[in-house]
Design a protein around this ligand. Structure first.
Ligand code: COA
Length: 156
């Protein structure tokens, strides 16, 4: 497994294909969305490849000394093998080298898998945004706001 930084808009199609396989249709981002992100210096896209296949992706917005995790996922067939933990751990080290001290994220209140992952990595809850996520054909879902001091975590 290899940590890879994706910088070129030519990769937008493969990232979108991965994202579409992970998220429901109303939440998946398109190749155009990823191409736009890849053209912005404030965004950082880190992934994991198995041989040449992209199997996990994390997209960050950098606002030094803070960063925000914008989207994150592991291909369905590769889940529950520690890859999310590995990608986030390596990403936090990468971001810390860019002088990022605090990493923020929001997660749907019903996403128990992701919440357990973030808690296991030392993220703590800062608050809640009521009915933040709109879901096609379902009730709105609260967003749980979480953060972690990644500078300190690297020292421990
Ligand atoms: C959430 C997600 C990224 C986890 O990826 P993963 O590679 O399967 O996670 P890992 O194997 O690294 O798991 C690490 C820990 O997270 C938690 N976890 C992961 N998947 C879980 C699940 N389905 N149920 C409960 N806990 C889970 C566990 O604590 C796990 O540790 P353990 O395996 O020792 O019990 C993956 O399920 C995914 O891509 N989901 C869809 C997209 C998504 O929800 N992204 C997050 C948006 S905020």
């Amino acid at each position: 497994m290899m940590l890879t930084e994706i910088q070129h808009p030519d990769h937008a199609g493969e990232i979108a294909a991965l994202h579409t396989g992970i998220f429901p249709p109303d939440q998946a981002w398109s190749a155009a969305d990823f191409a736009a992100l890849l053209n912005q210096k404030t965004k950082k896209l880190l992934g994991l490849r198995k041989e040449s296949e992209l199997i996990a992706i994390a997209v960050f917005q950098l606002i030094p000394p803070q960063a925000e995790l914008l989207t994150f996922g592991v291909a369905r067939t590769w889940q529950r093998q520690g890859l999310a933990q590995s990608l986030l751990t390596h990403s936090m080290a990468h971001l810390a080298r860019l002088e990022i001290e605090q990493l923020f994220l929001d997660v749907a209140a019903d996403n128990t898998a992701a919440i357990s992952l973030y808690v296991s990595l030392g993220f703590t809850t800062d608050g809640c945004r009521k009915n933040y996520y709109r879901r096609a054909g379902a009730s709105d879902i609260d967003a749980i706001l979480m953060s972690k001091n990644i500078f300190n975590s690297l020292l421990s």
